[in-house]
Design a protein around this ligand. Sequence first.
Ligand SMILES: Nc1ncnc2c1ncn2[C@@H]1O[C@H](COP(=O)(O)OP(=O)(O)O)[C@@H](O)[C@H]1O
Ligand SMILES: [Mg+2]
Length: 438
Amino acid sequence: METVAVAIPTKFKPLLTDNFRYKLYYGGRAGGKSYAFADCILLKARKASLFIACVREIQESIKDSVHKLLSDRISYYGFDDFKVYDDKIENVVTGSKFVFKGLRDQDKQKIKSLEGVDICWVEEGQSISKGSWDVLDPTIRKAGSEIWVSMNRENENDPIWKAIAANPDERTLVVKVNYYDNPYCPEEMKYLAEKCKAENPDDYEHIWLGAPVNLGDTKLIAVKDVQKAMQNKIAQSTSPLIIGVDIARFGNDKTVFCYRRGRYCYKFDSYSHLDTVEVANRITAIINEQKPARVFLDAGNMGAGVYDILKDRGYAKIVRGVIFGGKAINDDRYHNKRAEMWALANDWLKDELPVQLVNDDELLDDLCSVNKKYDIMGRLQLESKDDVKERIGRSPDKADAFVLTFAEPVYDNGKIKTIGIENTTIESLFAVKKSVGW
Ligand SMILES: Nc1ncnc2c1ncn2[C@@H]1O[C@H](COP(=O)(O)OP(=O)(O)O)[C@@H](O)[C@H]1O
Ligand SMILES: [Mg+2]
């Protein structure tokens, strides 16, 4: 076998040199965990005959696994002793074998096939459920076998963290690695990390330093911010009128209209049992009487029909259909459009300049009920609407109508501002939109 120099960052050396039952590496994004695990495991597989399982909670296809990373590293180093198959990798010299499995969809019998495993690499350890862990852990039982975990902590209750790292014993290695420990961290990632540090220290701690989200603190919007906005009295605004319309999905939901001008959100109207045409008629009347700059409506389900009618009537410039589950404008930061709108509404509430919001208890509850979390890419994601509904016993329609007024930003002097800032005219809204290609 030829000799190839492979440089492993210092913190990861124990992966190669020491024997622990559990080796858990945690930290924020770009700590170099996945690469170092891949490199170390390949080196081990070149030295001895090992049975290696690469597992994660959900693996819908081999694409979700570290198969690609491993095969990329094999080609990068030019290791010609590995043979890469579609669903497994083998070392033809040592006889080492890699398999790739999702734990969630495996029945216990299939996980049992991992009994002879020497090294089990658990990627995205924060996603492993307690059920999966309770089956996996005793299955990896061969003498001297090791479980390697790479993870970014989600919250205090991550099952694998509680099981291995909360009270580590002498057979457990727990190492924290962050982007600044990664000698190969790309400049772009460092830049993003520093930017996040300046703009949003809480996100930075979680995404880049790997701190768990504090469970007592998982609400997106703080009660005190909403209460403050509800008590403020500001001068009436001359900013363009923006209307958000959350359209009822089921019999019990209401169709809610929210009216906002800049920092002044002054009215909600709720209707039950309106059909598609009736909602479109209301919006048409409002457009004619009140001349809003924009009407953003929830275009999922029934809303799609409402949008089509309004488009047919020639209102496509004013009326915008918004898909909550669709892509965010800033999709580096937000899991979907819904998360983005809620986050912008939160920014509005937290603005240094005072904002005023209709004083309404239901709206306060709606706004403060939604939990935040982060997806695997570290982007803000909200708990699902169905989960919110189940907990609060109704659909947060008022809050959804309100956040819809933040569906699209306006670029002003290169700075992103929310539609409705005092000096933005309707004409400039359209002009700017065109120039940025909307
Ligand atoms: N050994 C390495 N050689 C080259 N680039 C590396 C190496 N280790 C890490 N990197 C770079 O750092 C980035 C983050 O590493 P990664 O292993 O994905 O971190 P983590 O799994 O901790 O999020 C990678 O996308 C890659 O660009
Ligand atoms: Mg990784």
